[in-house]
Design a binder for this molecule. Sequence first.
Ligand code: SF4
Ligand code: FES
Length: 327
Amino acid sequence: MAKVTIDGHTVEVADGTTILNAARQIGGEIVPPAMCYYSKLNGSGGKCRTCLVEVTKGSEKDPRPMPKLVASCSTPVMDGMEVANITSERTLEARKGVVEFLLINHPLDCPICDQAGECDLQNLAYEHGASATRYEEDRRVFDKIDIGEHIQLHMTRCILCYRCVYTADQLTDRRVHGVLKRGDASEIGTYIENSLENEFIGNVIDVCPVGALTDKTFRFKSRVWFLKPMDAHRNCGVCSGKATVWMFGDEIYRVTGRKNTYGEVDEFICNTCRFDVKDLSQWTIEGPRVIENWSVISQGHYAGITEPIHKNVIGVGEKKDDVKLEE
Ligand code: SF4
Ligand code: FES
């Protein structure tokens, strides 16, 4: 076991645990953001650098601080290690730089993007982004490629996190897509335009942190915050059948895996549940999905709330000083 202190909170974790997972055991705002790491995908992490933290004390045996910021998703803790995340100016400054870098090529098309409202990059930019861009060069453009009946690829939005590649590798028996080419020419592609048709391939939509891979059966149907996410299950011979159905009235607009606090799917679902079963009679509704207060989706106050849950949100015509902030 190793004791690690992150932003003043100490936790004891198993040897080999990464700083990010140790932080997740503590929970709350000290947990670094992660755009490429995904706990259920082996080998993920180490690509996007959003999870950088400052190690102010290496370990009990060797207390020297680490000279450079480290990727918390791939750096294991040492006994006695001390880490600064939100208490480190250096980290916050670097995170700003990483967001700026990720946005170099990412189009600012949130108003028409299906991922808006549940996009990790949108959230990250909101927290750490600059209000203007310094980038003057042309953004990358790609020839449109069709990757199949159910999944839409918008390559310009891709941040090359590799999550979809690991998902296809680890959940399906024949991966037909990957990151092609190198450097700034890298892109997600299906060599010689194969389509992604495996029964579990729809999960690439859920793991994609941005709107690069979206559900064609749901595209442009509704903004996510107008829908009511409900936990539901059905008898499925292929997957667990446990999913979240996104409803408008009695209609199911889309089906996704159930995501946890860190935006990771609890159980991967099959394509049939995701794309083909939109008939309410085929699902047993368990109840409203708990969505974190910070998510724009919870603005719909759908979960049996009698008074507004967002008392901290300043309403139209209100000034900041008029609003009593809740603890
Ligand atoms: S398409 Fe999405 S999941 Fe795949 S590498 Fe790009 S950003 Fe990551
Ligand atoms: S989450 Fe650690 S590098 Fe991407």
